[in-house]
Design a protein around this ligand. Sequence first.
Ligand SMILES: NC(=O)c1ccc[n+]([C@@H]2O[C@H](COP(=O)([O-])OP(=O)(O)OC[C@H]3O[C@@H](n4cnc5c(N)ncnc54)[C@H](OP(=O)(O)O)[C@@H]3O)[C@@H](O)[C@H]2O)c1
Length: 253
Amino acid sequence: MNLGFIGTGKIASSIIFGIFKSNLKINRIYISSRNRNIAKKLKGRFSKIKICSNNQEIIDKASVIFLSVTPPVGKKILNNLSFKGKTVISLISTINERELKSKIHSKNICKAIPLPFIENRVGPIIICPKNRIAKKIFSKLGLVIEVNKEKLSFNFWATSSFMASYYEIYNSMTKWLVRRGLKKSQATNYVAELFFALSKDALLKKNIGFDKLVSDSQTPKGLNMQVLKELKKVKFYEKMNKSLNNVYKKFKK
Ligand SMILES: NC(=O)c1ccc[n+]([C@@H]2O[C@H](COP(=O)([O-])OP(=O)(O)OC[C@H]3O[C@@H](n4cnc5c(N)ncnc54)[C@H](OP(=O)(O)O)[C@@H]3O)[C@@H](O)[C@H]2O)c1
């Protein structure tokens, strides 16, 4: 299988790193020199990477094309490219299936939501609608969740927008520890290990439900109970849900 990426940015690079750590059988991956530094790095690292001089050449040489440009760039360039007979996996958040189909005349199109940790071959990957080839590729790189109704998939686009704010919790807590006199390395290690352990525990116990994890993590009148109560009082979680709603609205258009 020959893969091609239109746009060699953050998410394309994460997928490519994941692919080369996996046992997915591929012959070549065709990319362009946009972005130049990332393309250079990938080419230097992996012999199966080939840099093409333009987007159409990538499409012509590959059988599966990932669209990994931003929405404004996608809107600008897709009309002028020919994808006939190719499998197209679009990662472009806010170009919906209808618009995509009007720009790309290929029968085999789906959208997917990989996230940068795909480079470690972990985490969920949403595919919508079901697509055999996308599933074959992504199941080597994480947990595939197939969604057939596009409207439902928009909810996952909304939840996928919580990466930066999640990491900001790490960041704020680390800075708080440093301000209290802890060494930065010690604070960083502590916070990374704390959230790694919590995430791993949540994954192992997911079947008991997150309600139960919340209640099991609180001693009556204890410290966890105090923080949860204080955050609820300032409507921390309501604000989080409001942000999810606001992001979702971008997809409903
Ligand atoms: N990052 C994520 O976590 C994530 C997750 C899921 C989906 N997505 C989606 O994936 C898409 C890309 O996101 P990203 O974070 O990877 O963005 P990014 O890092 O900005 O990558 C976009 C790439 O497109 C290139 N580009 C610009 N104009 C181009 C053109 N005319 N032809 C070919 N390539 C061109 C840019 O090159 P230059 O730097 O040279 O301009 C850049 O390398 C977005 O639609 C986003 O919604 C991202």
